[in-house]
Design a protein around this ligand. Structure first.
Ligand code: A2P
Length: 337
């Protein structure tokens, strides 16, 4: 059996990776529609040996689509996802538009796959990239020892801000190396050779929305409102791959040996943890272009009796977005077999 698939936002950083991951994993595609705005309608995109013409979302008829992967921003999802669902498609939405709705499951394929089955609105939400990689690694530790509190600082690459984020880092870097100026556009201040402790909008409590996504989504995905999460989200001048310094407090003490054992057995996780130069994951040496969530720098917190420190790195466009979306599509397909 094959499935008619639409990618909404197919010309974007996540959309193009959705397409290549569908091909890599030999997803059973019948008809394939690549959708974007009127700006890029008519462009051609390679899919294997074929060239597929990009269609305008605004005039596209979703009838007959079985699975729609959305990654074109929240306002596009809000307007069009319900229309695709009403036409019979299962929508897998990468935006934050529906993530916090009680009747929309929020699913990490390795963590809570069973939740994807209960989707009264025909929509499954794909989590935020930082939450996604953090929970692939932390869910097995939570199950074993009960996480009470997570302190996390993120180091998030510019591809998380889409294609224009990558362009800005590239152009600014080149300009500065040539002693020229390149004004910030996508990011609030200069990103080249800099760090920006500000992603998404500021909220009333002083946290940014990107930070609060990690609080809300961790609780929803793990199904445990008692977990405390204290995040700082930082944009860094890296093209692909988010990193996270995580400090956990668990109900029962987890030793490094036990944590390592749990992580080595966890689906989607690779432990890279030798206490030597290069014996830890980085975005460039491990994550970019790959599927795993890498964990290193495991150590027991010297300031807390039940604390554990770890460093988590993953490709934000792949596991953090496109790969998980395709894995959710695979779950939907499996239900129907
Ligand atoms: P387009 O290329 O036509 O602008 P990124 O996250 O890399 O910036 O990509 C965003 C994706 O969402 C692109 O594919 C973009 O298409 C698409 N998109 C943005 N706004 C709309 C819209 N109003 N309708 C359809 N697609 C949109």
């Amino acid at each position: 059996q094959t499935y008619n698939v639409a990618i909404v936002g197919a010309t974007g950083a996540v959309g193009e990776t959705m397409l290549s991951i569908l091909a890599e994993r030999q997803f059973p595609i019948g008809r394939l529609h690549l959708l974007a705005s009127a700006r890029s309608a008519g462009e051609k995109i390679d899919y294997g040996a074929k060239k597929i013409v990009v269609e305008d979302l605004a005039t596209f008829d979703p009838k007959g689509i079985h699975i729609a992967l959305f990654s074109a921003g929240g306002s596009v999802s809000k307007e069009y996802a319900p229309k695709f669902a009403a036409a019979g498609a299962v929508v897998i939405d990468n935006s934050s538009a529906f993530r916090y709705d009680d009747d929309v499951p929020l699913v990490v394929s390795e963590v809570n796959p069973e939740a994807a089955k209960n989707r009264p609105r025909g929509i499954i939400a794909n989590p935020n990239c930082s939450t996604m990689q953090m929970l692939v690694a932390l869910a097995p530790l939570h199950r074993a020892a009960g996480i009470e509190r997570i302190n996390v600082a993120t180091y998030q690459s510019v591809s998380g801000a889409g294609r224009s984020g990558m362009e800005e880092l590239g152009k600014q870097t080149a300009a500065m190396l040539n002693f020229q100026n390149h004004e910030p556009g996508k990011f609030p201040v200069q990103i080249a050779f800099n760090l920006i402790p500000h992603i998404d909008e500021f909220l009333d409590n002083g946290f940014t929305k990107e930070e609060m996504k990690m609080v809300w989504e961790t609780r929803k995905i793990l199904g445990d409102d008692s977990i405390q999460v204290n995040p700082t989200a930082v944009r860094v001048p890296v093209f692909y791959g988010h990193s996270e310094a995580v400090h956990l407090e668990t109900r029962r003490k987890l030793t490094v040996a036990e944590a390592r054992q749990l992580l080595e057995a966890a689906p989607g996780v690779e432990v890279v943890d030798e206490r030597a130069a290069g014996g830890y994951p980085t975005p460039v040496t491990h994550a970019a272009g790959t599927d795993a969530v890498y964990v290193g720098r495991l150590r027991e917190d010297i300031s807390h009796p039940r604390g554990l420190d770890l460093w988590i790195v993953s490709d934000n466009i792949r596991k953090g977005a496109a790969l998980n979306a395709v894995q959710l599509a695979e779950l939907v397909v499996k239900e129907r077999c």
